[in-house]
Design a protein around this ligand. Structure first.
Ligand SMILES: [Zn+2]
Length: 460
């Protein structure tokens, strides 16, 4: 992650998570007939419905035993029936058969793209719990001026909640509070970590940080380490480290992220974690000095591009990390083939999430639906997003490019969400309903009340 001197906006984690959960619940209840889900989700919701329905009479009897008011009893009964109707709606989703997913969106990677530093993206464990230490360090010449606990509260719980929402709970961080600043042995100015700088300088910095805390922190208990210094070291908002040469407590620590404090937005933690999981930078290395050019490829549509917007990793990356299942993907992989599918918003749980058109071993087009809710509340547009993923393009050179026919340049939204801020297709007034080039055609057929879209994708 490279810094660019923009004022950052921090969204409270509670709000983000509540909005995400609210959207999921409302989507299921509002338009159950249109919803689809995996077999496992359908079985789970059916089981929950059966349990609730079986216990309804006993619950009413228990309520009646302690409430004499007929009105109160009727209200309780009505609330129970309302809850039952909601569960019936959720359980009515259409299970997706794995046999409906005839192709895989695998890509051949060159230049380490989507597998940074040649590491297996699964090395960190893309599902389950990552035990994480967030270490705050200060310096003899730059003692901390705020409490480590307050900084923890601003950075860590929101980043943890963001990741839980984006991965549908499949990957979580457990990051206990280490509420103390640890004093580095050397002045801040003696460390020179900068964007694309020397790995040995980075290693030296992190080794000193670990050395400062190792009498009180058992680093062997953690999978992932963030180091947050009291002042910026270099210009980067954050820097992810790859390799196994860093020795901590006598053993190699593989997963380290340095964060430059105290002024970054919490999404930088999730951006750097993306690197640890193999994801490349989606902003332009060649245009880091340009407020507009830096986000020319993917704008604010992915936290690996413009982290300040804080939007989700794109759907294809979620598939790469196995947070989206193969049965949630549809492919048009034969020339002339058209598929017509209802695509559920990336922000909600379940349903078809991604349409894919492979055009070579290394490149594909992907289509997904984005809504301005939950972690994506900061987006400047919503609808059907079309983008390319090219595994032969190096990090920082645009391995993901959002497609758009629009040439809109509203300066406020450009500043808020980067280039291509209005790229999503839609069927509303003033919206563009189709995208077409030499390889694909994408038509938006309708927008549904639950936030899903009916989409036709054709491979030419
Ligand atoms: Zn980065």
């Amino acid at each position: 992650m490279k810094g660019r001197g923009r004022i950052l906006v921090c969204v409270l984690a509670v709000v983000v998570l509540a909005a995400a959960l609210g959207a999921i619940a409302a989507g299921g209840a509002r338009d159950a007939a249109a919803a689809s889900c995996t077999e496992a989700q359908q079985q789970a919701s059916s089981a929950a419905l059966a349990v609730f329905r079986t216990a309804m009479p006993a619950r009413q009897r228990a309520f009646n035993a302690t409430h004499r008011s007929a009105a109160a009893r009727r209200a309780f009964g009505a609330a129970q029936r309302k809850r039952l109707a909601s569960l019936v709606g959720v359980a009515a989703c259409t299970p997706i058969s794995p046999s409906d997913a005839p192709c895989s969106p695998e890509l051949h990677f060159v230049n380490g793209t989507f597998n940074e530093a040649g590491r297996d993206v699964r090395a960190l464990g893309v599902r389950g719990e990552l035990k994480t230490a967030v270490l705050f360090v200060d310096f003899p010449d730059a003692p901390a001026v705020q409490s480590a606990s307050a900084l923890y509260d601003r950075l860590v719980p929101p980043a943890v909640d963001w990741l839980g929402a984006v991965t549908y709970g499949r990957l979580t961080l457990s990051a206990p509070r280490l509420p103390t600043w640890y004093r580095m042995p050397r002045p801040a100015g003696s460390y020179s970590i900068d964007f694309g700088g020397s790995p040995s300088a980075f290693t030296s910095f992190v080794s000193d940080a670990v050395g400062a805390a190792q009498s009180q922190v058992d680093f062997a208990a953690y999978d992932l380490l963030y180091v947050v210094p009291s002042v910026r070291i270099g210009h980067a908002d954050g820097e992810a480290y790859f390799g196994s040469s860093l020795v901590v407590n006598g053993s190699a620590t593989r997963h380290v992220v340095a964060l430059v404090a105290p002024d970054v937005d919490y999404h930088v933690l999730d951006h750097e974690l993306g690197h640890e999981l193999g994801l490349p930078d989606l902003y332009s290395y060649a245009d880091v000095a340009s407020a507009v050019g830096i986000f020319q490829y993917a704008g604010g549509w992915d936290v690996m591009s413009d982290a300040d917007v804080g939007a989700s990793y794109i759907g294809w990356e979620k598939w790469l990390e196995r947070w989206i299942d193969p049965e949630q993907i549809r492919c048009a992989d034969r020339g002339g083939e058209s598929i017509e599918v209802t695509v559920q918003p990336l922000e909600s749980v379940g349903g078809v999430k991604l349409l894919v058109v492979p055009v070579s071993d290394a490149k594909l087009y992907a289509v997904e639906v984005r809504q301005q809710t939950g972690v994506d509340a900061g987006l400047c547009d919503h609808g059907v997003l079309v983008y390319t993923v090219d595994g032969s393009v190096a990090t920082g050179d645009g391995p993901v490019q959002v497609m758009t026919a629009s040439t809109a340049h509203d300066s406020v939204r450009l500043r808020a969400c980067g280039n291509r801020y209005d790229a999503a297709l839609g069927v509303g007034a003033g919206e563009t309903a189709s995208y077409e080039d030499d390889a694909v055609r994408v038509d938006v057929l309708s927008a549904n009340a639950d936030g899903s879209y009916r989409v036709r994708v054709t491979k030419k």
